[in-house]
Design a protein around this ligand. Sequence first.
Ligand code: PMP
Length: 373
Amino acid sequence: ADQRVYNFSAGPAVLPVPVLEQARDEMLCLPGVGASILEISHRSAAFTAIIEAAEANIRKLLGVPDDYAVLFLQGGGRLQFWMTAANLIGELGAFKGKSADYLLTGSWGKQAMAEAKKVAPVRVAYDSSGSNYDRLPAPFCAGEPAMDLDPDAAYVHYTCNETIQGVQFPSEPDTGGVPLVCDASSDFMHKKLDVTKYGLIYACAQKNAGPAGVTIVIVNKALVADASPNLPIYCNYNTHIAEKSLNNTAPTFSIYIVKLVTEWLLREFGDLDAVYKQNQMKAKLLYDVMDAAPDFYIGHARRECRSLMNVAFRLPSDELTDAFLSGAKKRGLSDLKGHRSVGGARASIYNAMPVAGVECLRDYMLEFKNQQG
Ligand code: PMP
């Protein structure tokens, strides 16, 4: 354990140490069960208690109303790209014949739209690819065009935090009443949301909520109620709503870790307002360094929309970037390389990244800059 580094991976990503310790301690024998979480039936009383607790914790943290289901699915964020469209606008969807609007503010939104396009017509309501996804529409970014919304769209899809570009919506876009479908994969539970503003929220767990293998979906049950029963059984939200995510063998270990992570959030912070406060503080530590040396640490995202979760920046040359990354590694600051489409460096500082880890990176950034004279 003393070899643990500060891991800035974009995902799968850092988990809280107390969660890992508890999973280790309970690995051979879940208290009162006599077997490992890996060995028990997904229909056992012991696992039922675990999945129910995970759901209750998420409901508590996010204030999820009763008319929304909380589902634990497989297939990752990527299956949701297709599944949302198939259940809503596809041939078998609840709003067959309608199209959907997509906000393209980063690589993931673009891929979400590409999958949706396979089942039904979609429209681009905003696209910042021309500037390599560094901004958001007005009113979030001044001088940008506003969203070009179709009032008859079945939904508006957006990615509240673009993991690669480090572009985050500070609040929900105003769609004038058209349901919001949100890919919250990389900032899920980083702050409190008003869930009633959304038709559907999905998030793969392996960034801010747990390990790979489970994707959490929060869906307004009425929105998907009219999807056809002829959808593949696994790809129909109504299956999972009716069977409480246990139609097939659920990813039991991943759900167990989500339960531990949400318990940790409740125990350590109490609520998501406190989590958000800490996330703002952590991100500020790094953005302050960048703002003080904007020609050296060149942020990718525009200021109004830079992410609290993924801090993406370039250095003035590839040589400096390489030196920065290898020096960081020597200090136990790992996985800081930026995605190839953006280059440079990216620090992912999810809920579980300790303040001390961000302080360590901040100190290294200051020192590295000073060394260059
Ligand atoms: N959406 C976003 C915003 C992501 O960051 C990712 C994963 N990096 C995905 C979707 C895809 O998730 P998965 O790999 O679980 O399919």
